[in-house]
Design a binder for this molecule. Structure first.
Ligand SMILES: NC(=O)c1ccc[n+]([C@@H]2O[C@H](COP(=O)([O-])OP(=O)(O)OC[C@H]3O[C@@H](n4cnc5c(N)ncnc54)[C@H](OP(=O)(O)O)[C@@H]3O)[C@@H](O)[C@H]2O)c1
Length: 345
């Protein structure tokens, strides 16, 4: 049965990608769109400055933008996708959950809450049952599930492949992140053209904590964080889409560059409509992956890796993913598909 869905923050950079992915979608149908008070009452095509590389879907263009409030969303909406600024999400998402809506959210609020599942379905789908604990503790009829930060999503699938076989101990990562990661009003052209900005507020901490939760173990009651040590340094550069990351991964077990490559090469997607056939694409050329050439690997839902070499205690490699697709909207849609498959909708 088709699930009617709502999108909160539908006019933003991630919201527009959500619209692109949801119209059409084999399981979901768009029923309600919300944004800030400045957009409420306008048609979607007037409120959203459409910047996605496919035409605005005709049946969405004329929808009226609603207030971001549970009372303004029809009762028959079975799933809400949230791409609100985190400060707004922190306030509004619990209200939707309390009102009985199930929310698959991009926003960074609550990602590390002990009873909130943080999920990349190909990595830790089993953590979704933390929702049972959440419902018991919060008394919500609805539920809240999160996808991680876009820079975290880029490195965790390759790290998961290494951790499974070689047991990660220390991870160091330096990022080169695209401007779309900051949203439409995030970085001005005067700041970023001919420049690189060696600070993205809060991003390092998100990569350090979220990766340990994603690679942690769930025992039916709580998630034990992975014990590996993670340190990140995040940089904004003038690319449009696609976060490139240089990763140093130390392991407890002996590992060679060829071992690391083979571990990642063997990772497939899972049985959900938006999961790619090949989750990780390995490039042999030492100067790949590159944002402009490789961000659309597997229609933007894959992770590209390359540049493997051995280090004293592990391996170094580079990875890349499309930040608004695999790193945000696609990640949320995939989590919605997981909720549907597991009977949470
Ligand atoms: N961009 C990425 O690559 C990325 C990746 C991962 C996670 N995220 C997260 O996803 C969320 C959205 O990011 P974005 O890049 O799409 O941001 P954005 O382009 O700034 O869009 C924000 C959206 O939220 C709406 N909004 C703003 N203030 C609001 C309020 N007070 N009440 C209701 N709606 C409000 C905006 O509506 P108006 O158009 O009416 O202002 C717009 O639809 C953020 O939490 C971000 O951290 C982004």
């Amino acid at each position: 049965m088709t699930v009617r869905v709502g999108v909160l923050g539908a006019t933003g950079a991630v919201g527009q990608r959500l619209i692109q992915l949801l119209d059409p979608h084999p399981e979901f149908e768009i029923a309600a769109l919300t944004a800030s008070d400045a957009s409420v009452g306008e048609t979607y095509k007037d409120a959203a400055k459409w910047r996605v590389n496919s035409p605005i879907p005709e049946d969405v263009a004329g929808l009226e933008v609603r207030a971001t409030d549970p009372d303004s969303v029809p009762d028959d909406v079975g799933l809400i996708f949230s791409s609100l600024p985190s400060s707004v999400g922190a306030e509004v998402e619990p209200e939707f959950c309390e009102a009985g809506y199930t929310v698959s959210s991009n926003s960074s609020n609550a990602r590390m809450d002990e009873d909130v599942p943080l999920i990349i379905p190909e990595v830790n789908a089993d953590h979704v049952d933390l929702l049972e604990v959440q419902r018991d503790e919060r008394g919500w009829d609805g539920a809240l599930l999160k996808n991680p930060n876009c820079s975290t999503i880029t490195m965790v699938p390759p790290l998961a492949a290494l951790d499974r076989e070689f047991d990660l101990t220390d991870v160091r990562v330096s990022t080169l992140q695209a401007v779309s990661g900051a949203g439409y009003s995030g970085v001005t052209s005067m700041e970023i053209i001919d420049n690189a900005i060696p600070h993205i507020g809060g991003e390092e901490q998100k990569m350090e904590s979220e990766s340990r939760k994603l690679l942690g173990s769930f025992d039916g009651a709580e998630v034990q964080l992975n014990e590996m040590d993670v340190a990140a340094s995040c940089n904004r550069i003038p690319t449009l889409d696609g976060h490139l990351e240089n990763v140093w991964a130390d392991t407890a077990e002996d590992i060679s560059a060829a071992d690391a490559e083979a571990a990642m090469e063997s990772v497939t997607g899972i049985d959900l409509p938006s999961s790619p056939e090949k989750l990780i694409t390995v490039f042999e050329e030492p100067d790949r992956p590159q944002p402009r050439l490789d961000r659309n690997v597997e229609d933007g839902m894959g992770v590209a890796v390359g540049g493997f070499r051995e280090t004293t205690d592990g391996v170094q490699f580079n990875c890349l993913a499309h930040n608004t697709m695999r790193g945000a909207a696609g990640a949320s849609v995939l989590n919605g598909e997981l909720l549907n498959k597991r009977g949470y909708l």
